[in-house]
Write a protein that binds this ligand. Structure first.
Ligand code: ADP
Length: 403
């Protein structure tokens, strides 16, 4: 067993690098941070150690320069903490990669062949995969001797059966263009369902679970005996639940209708469905649930409506996910909304009474921030809050693969 138990977790975007140094053995996050607005004069690096936040300008920094600044912070922090260089602790680097297509069913150690395969998936996630690849290449250049691992958002959902992942469109679009449902948030769904099985004190391989990851992006997944069997996101993360700014499911004819009515082109309509819809579009106020809950409490009608639509559609999709499970051992709430909004949890569970869910208001309202646990009464299926930790999952996958 390696003594280098620390893993650097990287989530690289087109103009940002999110990072965390995690001791995969203990699960402790040593330092985390964000380099943002890369390529601009206002580029900044912020980092957090022991709950203490710090920041500094890195004007004009590109990804490579930002990565060097991040490496310098890691060096400082490990020197101060352990009195030895980061190289003495760091065993590998784990990268979040959004789209692995059908090529990756699990996390994998990165080599040139893997990079070429990820690149071949670029057309499926043109905004994300090229940025993820840039992050990998930048980290490889800076840490050439460290093993690097790719952890895919899509991999967990590769166990979906064909009848769940195919769209009813001409079959050749699937075989020739990869048109199918892939699903996303896989790392989070995998993490929280594993944790839920522990909390239920049941083998993961014998559980029927539904996880609802509710952040700015939202998706729900049915996990049967440790395998994802259906999920709400599809070819892209736009399908499924109502989200912060994404519409979720709409009539597929909406594009042609809006094009005819408003003279908008495809790119404009896709942009509206991704960035101006969801909670923001319905409320006309905000994509942030906190803001909407405050406004709703003061009687703001469209904030109330946005929350109602969000919870109703969530409940409806959760009910649909019971189909491949046959039973529900537990429903898991996670993500910024799932972890922090007793209102959304209570409203959603109330609409799922057909399954026997009975919310326990004291538990639901009384859960401490960052806390986990049961929020239903000891009748009917369980509903749990489980804080997600995608970084830890990436660190553990990385440590497991490089050992
Ligand atoms: P991301 O998908 O960007 O990681 P998060 O998981 O942080 O997003 O979730 C962001 C959402 O969580 C926002 O809608 C935010 O309003 C909501 N949220 C966070 N804290 C609370 C809270 N205390 N009450 C209600 N909603 C909250």
């Amino acid at each position: 067993m390696t003594t280098k138990t620390h893993v650097l977790v990287i989530n690289c975007g087109s103009s940002s690098i999110k990072f965390a140094l995690i001791d995969a053995a203990s699960g402790e996050q040593i330092v985390s941070g964000l380099a943002e607005r890369l390529g601009q004069p206002e580029a900044m690096l912020t980092w957090r150690v022991d709950g203490h936040k710090d920041s500094g300008p890195i004007p004009g920094a590109d990804h490579a320069t930002a990565m060097r600044h991040i490496a310098a912070r890691l060096e400082e922090v490990t020197q101060a903490r352990y009195g030895e260089p980061v190289a003495a602790r760091l065993g590998g680097i784990g990268h979040r990669v959004v789209h692995g297509g059908e090529a990756f069913t699990a996390s994998t150690v990165i080599d040139e062949k893997v990079l070429a395969t990820v690149e071949a998936c670029n057309h499926l996630a043109p905004l994300h995969n090229p940025a993820n690849l840039l992050g990998i290449r930048t980290a490889q250049a800076l840490f050439p001797d460290l093993p690097q691992v790719a952890v895919f958002d899509t991999a967990f959902h590769q166990t979906l059966p064909k009848h769940a992942y195919l769209y009813a469109v001409p079959y050749a679009y699937y075989t020739e263009h990869g048109v199918r449902r892939y699903g996303f948030h896989g790392t989070s769904h995998r993490y929280v369902t594993r944790r839920a099985a522990q909390l239920l004190d049941k083998p993961y391989e014998e559980c029927a679970l539904i996880s609802a990851h509710l952040g700015n992006g939202c998706s729900a997944t049915a996990v049967l005996n440790g395998r994802s069997v259906d999920t709400t996101m599809g070819l892209t993360p736009l399908e499924g639940l109502v989200m912060g700014t994404r519409s979720g499911d709409v009539d597929p004819s909406l594009h042609s209708f809006l094009a005819g009515e408003l003279g908008l082109n495809l790119a404009q309509i896709t942009d509206i469905l991704n960035k101006q819809s969801g909670l923001l579009g319905l409320s006309g106020l905000s994509n942030d649930l906190r803001t909407l809950e405050e406004a709703a409490a003061e009687g703001h009608e469209r904030a109330i409506l946005a929350i109602e639509v969000f919870c109703y559609r969530l409940a409806k999709q959760i009910a649909a996910l019971a189909v491949p499970l046959g039973r529900i051992d537990a429903l898991i709430f996670t993500g910024g909304i799932g972890e922090n909004s007793p209102l959304v949890r209570a409203k959603t569970l109330a609409r799922l009474a057909v399954f026997g869910f009975a919310v326990d208001p004291a538990r639901n309202d009384g859960l401490p921030r960052g806390g986990h646990g049961l929020i239903t009464q000891p009748i009917g299926p369980a509903a749990l809050v489980v804080p997600t930790d995608e970084e830890l999952m990436i660190a553990q996958d990385t440590a497991g693969l490089i050992e």
